[in-house]
Design a protein around this ligand. Structure first.
Ligand code: ADP
Length: 229
């Protein structure tokens, strides 16, 4: 049986301070291959802390984190960086594109440091741009794209390396409502194509569209029961 993509066993994260602050308490949860999970909670509940640990940007104080079946505690910094690059595609609220570079060049950055020749990186980037419906804008500079288009480029950049997990942090936070709906529809399509998608948001309306909702409250996580339509 394939292992879960993400498995937390009793994960605790304490910021030493002072004052010392327990941001996650004994969190045990799983994300399985093909899941579409929204992680919700009010500001200060521990969502960023959870995301930073899942994304291998931070380490837990205690507990075990298995990513794709690998115990991440056993990875040194170089191995964590390499593992992160191949397993996780990040999408951020603020897009983080290189403004003067074209869409396709930005997407190619998602394959940097893989030792892949530029011609193949470019071809993979064009495929990823097609998946997000942006073939026509591939050669436009990022700073000439609309907010919704920029986020599509960022999603293509996250997808180009075929990550196990697409990890989206408030991906519609900088978009108007029409573009937000389109981005959420795109994430839904990617999920239907088999991509594991995690979306962290403070917005319960956005979370309602996911297949699973994990609520974080005061450093503890609980699954919310959903009725499938
Ligand atoms: P959210 O993303 O849900 O807003 P966070 O994970 O950022 O929540 O924060 C959870 C708690 O941990 C909050 O009380 C926050 O103030 C605290 N916190 C976050 N980062 C740090 C840090 N680097 N040092 C100390 N406390 C922190």
């Amino acid at each position: 049986m394939t292992p879960p993509i993400v498995e937390f066993r009793g994960i605790t994260r304490i910021y030493p301070g002072p004052p010392e602050l327990t941001a996650l308490r004994e969190v045990t949860m799983r994300i399985n291959r093909g899941d579409h999970v929204a992680v919700v909670g009010p500001s200060g509940s521990g969502k960023s802390t959870w995301l930073n640990i899942v994304g291998l940007l931070d380490r837990p104080t205690s507990g075990t984190y298995l990513l794709d079946g690998t115990d991440t505690a056993h990875l040194d910094e170089a191995a964590r960086t390499a593992f992160r690059a191949t397993r996780i595609g990040f999408v951020f609220q603020a897009f983080h594109l290189l403004a003067g570079q074209s869409a396709v060049e930005n997407v190619m950055l998602g394959l940097l440091y893989r030792g892949i020749p530029s011609i193949r990186r470019r071809a993979a980037a064009m495929t990823a741009l097609a998946r997000v419906g942006l073939t026509d804008r591939a050669h436009a500079a990022a700073n000439h794209l609309s907010g919704g288009e920029r986020q599509r480029v960022a999603i293509a950049r996250a997808l180009v390396g075929e990550p196990s997990l697409l990890l989206c942090d408030e991906p519609t936070g900088n978009l108007d409502s029409a573009n937000s709906v389109r981005i959420l529809e795109l994430l839904d399509e990617l999920h239907h194509d088999g991509q594991t998608v995690v979306l962290v948001t403070h917005d319960r309306g956005i979370a309602a569209q996911a297949q699973r909702v994990l609520a974080i409250h005061d450093g503890t996580a609980s699954e919310q029961t959903r009725t499938q339509p």
